[in-house]
Design a protein around this ligand. Structure first.
Ligand code: ADP
Ligand code: MG
Length: 324
């Protein structure tokens, strides 16, 4: 049903001198899915994306698209396209000519390439501004142009490196909905790099969490969030406590912590009103700090303040053991 191709990374490795940026990554991206690649700054996300796109050579391993090893092909011959972090639009070209640029490089005549560029501009809702220069556009509009320019090559896989990071928070939320809609309409694979867990959860069918040059955990978004395998993933995805019980480390969802009359004694350290719920931090006698997300109505029935003694409880079945 999907028109995309499976993309497989085999032992993909990148070294820059002494720096091991990507360490033998193996992963198969399912055709037609929206994948979010996330992790802290410096963990190897951009290097991974650039190697898939062909803008960076592999130190070892291969990139396989639809069964073909494309590792040694130039970017334009891979069936992938990349949208860069800063959009990299040509300042002296109009919006339409920016979008048509790769077709001009391929020698397509002006009428044909402009017709195709116009169709892409329609897709990203930029028809009215086709004759402007990039400097005459807002950040969100520049981003649409960059998207159209990447899509004009009809990629099977679109690679987006922190595509929303330059936008203000309001526009970011709007543009992410549009990206998702576009991916669904085109049916191709999107691999979207972000360091934001909210963005990854909102967009990704699949999340690939990287840390220290390796994939720490990958899977459906809900699985990664609700069943983090390691302390790193639990902390990075947020919304979880990592606590030590009986000598082992466990993760416990903050919304599974009950603040009431029964349970382990603790002292409230901070209280933050967040709208629908209240984030309450409390220190247990073990020294572990526990975050409880309490529904707003529940909290205000019996409000707490920093310094208050409280009891924390949870269902044993909600504890989630962590590896390593
Ligand atoms: P991320 O996108 O997750 O922030 P990068 O892939 O950009 O991570 O970088 C991974 C590691 O490789 C970092 O330690 C970074 O400093 C290093 N690195 C990235 N690009 C280069 C480069 N061109 N030359 C040398 N080191 C680099
Ligand atoms: Mg990066």
């Amino acid at each position: 049903m999907s028109t995309g191709y499976d993309l497989e990374l085999i032992n993909m490795t990148k070294r820059y001198g002494e720096t091991l940026a990507v360490d033998r990554i193996n992963y198969q991206f399912k055709a037609g899915s929206y994948v979010c690649l996330l992790g802290p700054s410096g963990c190897g996300k951009s290097s991974t994306l650039r190697m898939i796109a062909g803008h960076e050579s592999l130190s070892d391993g291969s990139v396989v698209l639809d069964g073909f090893d494309v590792s040694h092909l130039p970017p334009a011959k891979r069936g992938t396209a990349m949208m860069f972090q800063n959009y990299a639009l040509f300042p002296h070209l109009t919006v339409r000519d920016n979008v048509a640029f790769s077709l001009r490089m391929k020698g397509m005549d002006k009428i044909a390439r402009h017709a195709k560029a116009n169709a892409l501009l329609e897709l990203v809702d930029m028809t009215a501004l086709a004759d402007r220069l990039p400097a005459q556009l807002s950040g969100g509009q520049q981003q649409r142009v960059a998207l159209a320019r990447a899509l004009i090559t009809e990629p099977k896989v679109l690679l987006l490196d922190e595509p929303l990071s330059a936008l203000d928070p309001f526009l970011r939320v709007r543009m992410r909905a549009e990206l998702k809609k576009l991916q669904r309409a085109l049916g191709i694979t999107f691999i979207h790099v972000t360091h934001g867990q909210d963005e990854a959860l909102a967009l990704g069918d699949t999340l690939v969490v990287m840390n220290n040059a390796v994939i720490e955990q990958a899977g459906p978004a809900r699985d990664v969030w609700s069943a983090p395998k390691t302390e790193f993933v639990a902390r990075f995805m947020g919304g979880h406590n990592v606590i030590t019980l009986d000598g082992g480390k466990v993760a416990l969802r903050a919304d599974d912590v009950k603040v009431g009359a029964k349970g382990l004694p603790a002292t409230v350290t901070t209280v933050e009103y967040q709208g629908g719920h209240v984030a309450l931090n409390a220190r247990m006698q073990s020294g572990d700090e526990v975050l409880a997300l309490v529904p707003e109505a529940t909290f205000f029935k019996s409000p707490k303040n920093p310094g208050d003694a409280v009891k924390l409880a949870w269902d044993e079945g909600r504890l989630h053991r962590l590896l390593g």
